[in-house]
Write a protein that binds this ligand. Sequence first.
Ligand SMILES: Nc1nc2c(ncn2[C@@H]2O[C@H](COP(=O)(O)OP(=O)(O)OP(=O)(O)O)[C@@H](O)[C@H]2O)c(=O)[nH]1
Ligand SMILES: [Mg+2]
Ligand SMILES: [Zn+2]
Length: 345
Amino acid sequence: MEKYGATPEMKKEIGNGKNMLARVTAVHKERYEMVCEAAGDTFGRLKTGNYYGKQELFPTVGDFVEIEYNPCGDSRILRTLQRRSCFCRLDPSSFGNWEQAVAANFDYVFILQSLNADFNVRRLERYLTMGRQSGAGLVVVLTKADLAADYTKEMEAALLAADGAEVIAVSAKTGMGLDKLKAAYMQPGKTIVFLGSSGVGKSSLVNALTGKEWMQTGEIREDDGKGRHTTTYRQMILDDSGAIFIDTPGMRTLGVWDAAQGLEQTFADVETLAKACRFGNCRHEGEPGCAVQEAIAAGILPKGRLANYRKLKREVENSEKKAQYCRNRRSRRQKSPSRDSAMEP
Ligand SMILES: Nc1nc2c(ncn2[C@@H]2O[C@H](COP(=O)(O)OP(=O)(O)OP(=O)(O)O)[C@@H](O)[C@H]2O)c(=O)[nH]1
Ligand SMILES: [Mg+2]
Ligand SMILES: [Zn+2]
């Protein structure tokens, strides 16, 4: 299990000698695919009495769990160990009321944006907000560099949005940038989660970095450069280098959930400017002495960035009360886990 990133502390947590430590590698509706200490790959189901009506968090890909191993059939999942990082979004099937943990216990988040027609810095800011909230290291990966004759503008926009996080341009096709990624992030026992819209090249990058055809890849649509949702469920892979990858399907919607800290970090420039406005309650909508509007006029702060900050802030505020309510409710009663449909909505 060390190979899969388990620590001695986790092993100590498995009190009962009969039980085993396992890590979730894929989720199929109510059935979980896992790797475990003694037996390698195994399937499992939740012990309902421990999860429904209890505080236990429903496992997601990357979670470490305590299981009662069953050599003849599905093992029983008893408990989810505490997460050290988690990428959460608004669960699209919950009408704005619940979160979905996309992946957990990763060391790095690779946020992928393609340098083709689908490049969108506002979407990148959204991912960055949630990535920063996750508690892991952040890397912005600009993919398909071979398709862009000149990507100076995109690189500049990404660097501004990333605010200190590394931005690397790569090509899975020519191999450009791959050595840099390998040297910096592919270390034994370290988990990397790949996130980004459908078609940006997540699975292609996993294949290129591992040198194996682990994942199926699919052509993008010609008219708008968007993907066709080739990857349909989240999956964990152990590479020969010892690094662990989690490939994910492109998500259609990415609602921000409870990410006040991530927002603050991602838009630190806007928040700092706002402190210099003449009025403490400045709405940055034309009030005199507004430092935010001055920065826009001076070309320092892009107008779209302020608009996106406002939009994301509203989403964070809308989810805050619900998040608190969910935390309270969780201690009384758990909702059923959101189903992993074949296609992520
Ligand atoms: N030219 C070029 N094409 C690439 C590169 N990386 C990926 N592609 C192509 O982009 C398309 C989509 O790649 P995928 O790896 O399937 O994309 P994905 O992000 O995994 O998409 P989903 O699984 O749908 O979320 C495929 O046709 C790839 O061949 C690249 O570096 N250069
Ligand atoms: Mg894919
Ligand atoms: Zn202002």
